[in-house]
Design a protein around this ligand. Structure first.
Ligand SMILES: [Ca+2]
Ligand SMILES: [Ca+2]
Ligand SMILES: [Ca+2]
Ligand SMILES: [Ca+2]
Length: 679
């Protein structure tokens, strides 16, 4: 009796402690608590874990105890009164609690908890109980209602949750073997001296989560979960009956949990344990799933009396979607303007604000195509990690007539979820600009085209018009070039402005009409010019008949005698300068052949004596100057017109040119550009 009293006292003391610990949440103490207390007592190693474990168990168990009572009764209908009695006995130790609880029980049973309890109980006694777990939660309120009875506690904790030890004990009881055993377990007192057996515990990180919710494991949908628990049996130092326990691990819920090993044996006398790997198959949907596993003591020895109870462990699997989430953003850059024919290089900068890496990144550009990766994957994993900045480039060659501005859109995507798609798009606008260019060249040979060796003319004014509107003015560069850039598509006129006070004149049209497509470059809108200077150096017929006559030498005479000159008594052929003087002084236009011959002699002598340069280009139709000839051209033309059968008009034409040339009346083309000056 003393021993029993002692046990009771310690049990009472423990309960008080638990009450303090749990405050008002404690409801009532079931046999489990008592058992736990007794365990601690006898075990001597009342670890906090155990305490807390037993507390939580007891809390959850309380109502269960009740419900178990109910169930037990139910069960008892099927076979045994002893178990329920035992339980109630236990409770009755708590006296007042007991009744209250039983009322609470009844209430809860009557109310919502009924179903669950029934379910549980039923399952429980079967040793299975998925449904019970869920219903447990819902029962919480019931229990609290019945709670008055439940004194204080538990709100919540669950009537429905089945208490394994009890369940087991009822199972055991149902074996018909033991009123006494359950008495021991629950009552602790007298019997405990004989057969105190700790229930097997399932410890996770040293804690027995024998009531829900237990630890929570967060896993990705579709990914299995594996963790290790310890099946633990706090055996007695001097066991009188039980020296080993065969344990089988099984799942109460139906998620397909497996164990490795599934079964094993724990031995007395030393506390024995077995690591058990819990394999939870993948959940495919997200959410939180409560899992209940059970360490069942299926055999023990040498006694066949099943006094070692199994135990539950609860844990939750929080299944979350693990598709990567990454906030990609793209920034695009490129030139601000471009001409047709330009190859634009766009640069794309892609970053990831996380939180996850973005893999299988695709950058696309609706104009430039698929950009090429350049750099940024610092860890070379093919994914844009937060903190990485990836660079891509793409090129596009602008075509004349492309949309202006040329706007293209780049997008970035990956296989990660992107919560903000607004920054996955970037556009870039390129202003397409057209251009008109050309050269100002010195058309030294007045052939209206540029020829190799003809120099550029710098400083020449060129104007750009749209219709009658002057848009811009340019001056030719040192290389003679000019451009009007930045133009939109349209029709323009470029026009040169001649320096007003010099002999500049165009040899090509002074204005050019240009029609541009967007971005188009119109080149070679060239202007040819030359400048005139007064004719000089010419000597007249009078000169060669008088002052210059003595300059005529035998070679002059020899050459002149080769020409088909008009024949007179003074020659040709000539034999002396005086004959030439008489021929020149008596020449007249009665016969145009003679007059042409006289002017031709003077011009030839001018050239042969260096007064004129036969290559000098002269304007033969001043002031219009649409036709230019070299002095040699004129001489040769005149020679060709000599003769008796050449029309007078023809001979007169050449005679007049020679006359003007000899009198310096035909402008010469300057061999080099004249100064270009504008006011
Ligand atoms: Ca984004
Ligand atoms: Ca990377
Ligand atoms: Ca434009
Ligand atoms: Ca030319």
């Amino acid at each position: 009796m003393e021993g029993k009293e002692r046990v009771r006292l310690s049990a009472m003391a423990t309960m008080l402690m638990l009450l303090l610990l749990l405050g008002t949440t404690l409801t009532m103490f079931s046999s489990t608590i008592v058992a736990a207390a007794a365990d601690e007592d006898s075990g001597g190693d009342t670890t906090s874990n155990e305490v807390s474990t037993s507390v939580s168990e007891s809390v959850t168990t309380v109502d269960e105890g009740n419900s178990n009572d109910g169930s037990a009764e139910t069960t008892s209908d099927g076979g045994q009164d002893t178990a329920p009695d035992t339980t109630s006995d236990t409770v009755s130790e708590d006296s007042s609690t007991n009744e209250a609880s039983s009322e609470g029980q009844n209430d809860s049973v009557d109310e919502a908890s009924t179903a669950s309890n029934d379910g549980e109980v039923g399952t429980t006694s079967d040793g299975e109980q998925s449904a019970g777990v869920v219903s447990g939660a819902s029962t919480a309120e019931d229990s609290s209602e019945g709670a008055l009875a439940n004194e204080t506690s538990s709100e919540g904790q669950a009537a429905a949750v089945v208490d394994e030890p009890i369940t087991t004990s009822s199972d055991e009881v149902s074996d018909g073997e033991q009123a006494s055993v359950s008495d021991q377990t629950s009552e602790t007192s007298a019997v405990s001296d004989e057969e105190e057996e700790d229930p097997v515990k399932i410890l996770y990180n040293g804690v027995a989560y024998s009531s829900p919710p237990g630890p929570t494991f967060t896993v990705c949908a579709g990914q299995p979960l594996t963790f290790t628990v310890v099946a633990y049996w706090q055996a007695k130092p001097n066991p009188s009956q039980v020296s080993f326990v065969d344990v089988v691990m099984r799942e109460i819920t139906s998620f397909g949990v497996t164990f490795s090993p599934t079964s094993f044996t724990l031995y007395n006398p030393s506390p024995d344990s077995q690591n058990v790997v819990v394999n939870v198959p993948a959940f495919m949907s997200t959410g939180t799933f409560l899992v209940q596993i059970y360490a069942d003591t299926v055999n023990q020895g040498p006694s066949s009396t099943p006094v070692v109870a199994g135990t539950n462990m609860y844990f939750q699997v929080n299944v979350v979607s693990c598709a990567a989430t990454a906030d990609l953003s793209i920034v695009k850059s490129g030139p601000t303007y471009a001409h047709a024919g330009d190859t634009i290089t766009y640069t794309y900068t892609v970053t990831n604000a996380g939180p996850d890496a973005a893999c299988n990144v695709v950058v696309d550009d609706d104009v430039a195509g698929t950009p090429t990766y350049v750099s940024g994957d610092t860890d070379s994993d093919g994914c844009i990690d937060p903190g990485e900045t990836w660079t891509f480039t793409a090129t596009y060659t602008v075509q004349a007539g492309d949309p202006d501005p040329l706007v293209n859109t780049a997008t970035v995507s990956s296989d990660a979820n992107d919560p903000d798609l607004s920054n996955n798009v970037a556009t870039w606008s390129v202003d397409l600009i057209a251009k008109i260019c050309g050269y100002k060249f010195y058309d030294a040979n007045a052939n209206h085209a540029w020829d190799a060796g003809e120099p550029p003319v710098a400083g020449f004014k060129i104007e750009l018009y749209s219709g009658a509107t002057l848009l811009a003015t340019a001056f030719t560069a040192a290389d003679g070039s000019y451009c009007f850039d930045g133009l939109d598509a349209g029709t323009y006129t470029v026009q040169e402005v001649l320096p007003p006070s010099s002999g500049w004149m165009p040899t090509t049209p002074i204005s050019i009409t240009v029609t541009l497509l967007s971005g188009e470059i119109s080149m070679d809108n060239n202007f040819g010019n030359l400048c005139l200077e007064p004719g000089q150096g010419g000597k007249t017929i009078g000169y060669w008949a008088n002052a210059g006559n003595s300059l005529i030498d035998s070679s002059d005479i020899a050459y002149l005698n080769t020409l088909n000159l008009y024949p007179t008594s003074w020659g040709p052929p000539f034999s002396s300068p005086s004959q030439i003087r008489n021929y020149l002084l008596n020449a007249n236009a009665k016969n145009m052949w003679w007059m042409l011959s006289a002017q031709l002699i003077a011009t030839i002598l001018n050239v042969m004596h260096g007064y004129l340069d036969g290559s000098t280009l002269v304007c033969v139709d001043p002031p219009a100057c649409t036709t230019f000839m070299t002095i040699n051209d004129i001489i040769n033309g005149a020679i060709g017109a000599l003769g008796s059968n050449v029309p007078r008009a023809t001979q007169a034409y050449w005679k007049d040119l020679l006359d003007k040339l000899n009198n310096n009346m035909l402008p010469f083309v300057s061999p080099v550009p004249c100064p270009v000056e504008y006011p």
